[in-house]
Ligand binder design. Structure first.
Ligand code: ATR
Length: 277
């Protein structure tokens, strides 16, 4: 007889992670004999932890900051996205004990927009991505994968935007904040992937005057749910999507791997996380 399957979120720190609430909700709803815990993995111990994952007794785990790259390096197999990113946020053991890794951030971003703004990608000419960190890399990948013709990467440190441009090739361009306003007029999508706008950080003060009214504006920040960027965009008539749905959707593939059933992101789950923010 199979015992209770155990999964976890691993990172440093993990106290702030909402993943236990998400997976706990699905386990309960689907009546699955499983558990999902928090495991704090000290940076000095991270490589050893993922390399000896078989010994943990876990069926798989999520990986959060700052271990996504270390986890990817420890994997025996990576899905094409994790391979391209050099970072994994979802791990599982295969039947023959091999550690497998996936990166579900980009697909989670797309799946959320598909659910809450059906047809959002009917125009795929141009997207603007603010930021050039790990989240930006996943989202640029996802937009190119979805067929956007041009993705403009805008970052405070232009060198990092240039690095991403070199990585992703001719459909991407790199800019600093000082020069990107001209791009706004042709954008079908504007995404903030920086931490700006998060509670405790300065807001992202952008002049959106040149942004067309039909541009979709999204943020990966979800505390607060409506950032200054989203509020400004909504008040001028743009459609907006906050970052919470991406968090919920990136969790779906892991749950399905570990517990064998594909969960649904529903309103009850969304409301449950909102009450915890
Ligand atoms: P993540 O992996 O979550 O994307 P990250 O790699 O630390 O996190 O990236 C953070 C992003 O937010 C970067 O694009 C960063 O810009 P820099 O590359 O110039 O550091 C951006 N960011 C953070 N604080 C910022 C600030 N005060 N002003 C402008 N950009 C900021």
């Amino acid at each position: 007889m199979m015992g209770t399957k155990r999964a976890a979120v691993t990172g440093w720190p993990v106290d702030q992670s909402r993943s236990p609430i998400i997976h706990g909700y699905w386990l309960d709803k689907l009546g699955i004999d499983g558990s999902y815990e928090r495991i704090a993995v000290e940076p000095s111990n991270a490589e050893a932890f993922y390399r000896s994952f078989c010994d943990t007794g876990l069926t798989g785990c999520n990986v959060t900051v700052p271990h996504k790259e270390t986890a990817a390096l420890a994997c025996d197999w990576l899905d094409p996205v994790a391979l391209a990113m050099g970072a994994a946020n979802t791990l599982w053991l295969s039947e023959d004990g091999k550690l497998c890794g996936a990166n579900t951030d980009g697909l989670g971003f797309l799946a959320n927009l598909d659910q809450v703004q059906p047809g959002w990608d009917s125009n795929k000419n141009s997207a603007i991505v603010l930021g050039a960190g790990g989240a930006a890399r996943a989202i640029v990948w996802s937009l190119l994968h979805r067929g956007f013709r041009a993705v403009h990467i805008v970052n405070r440190t232009v060198e990092k935007a240039l690095q991403l441009r070199d990585e992703f090739g001719a459909k991407t361009t790199a800019h600093g904040f000082g020069t990107f306003v001209e791009l706004l007029g042709t954008a079908d999508l504007l995404v903030n992937t920086t931490a700006l706008g998060m509670t405790g950080k300065p807001p992202l003060n952008l002049d959106l005057a040149k942004l067309p009214k039909n541009t979709l504006v999204t943020d990966i920040v979800y505390v607060p749910l409506e950032t200054e960027l989203l509020r400004t965009a909504r008040l001028r008539g743009n459609r907006t999507v906050n970052g919470l749905g991406m968090l919920l959707h990136q969790a779906v593939p892991g749950f399905e791997r570990w517990f064998g059933q594909r969960p649904v992101v529903d309103q009850t789950l969304y409301d449950l996380i909102v009450t915890d923010l």
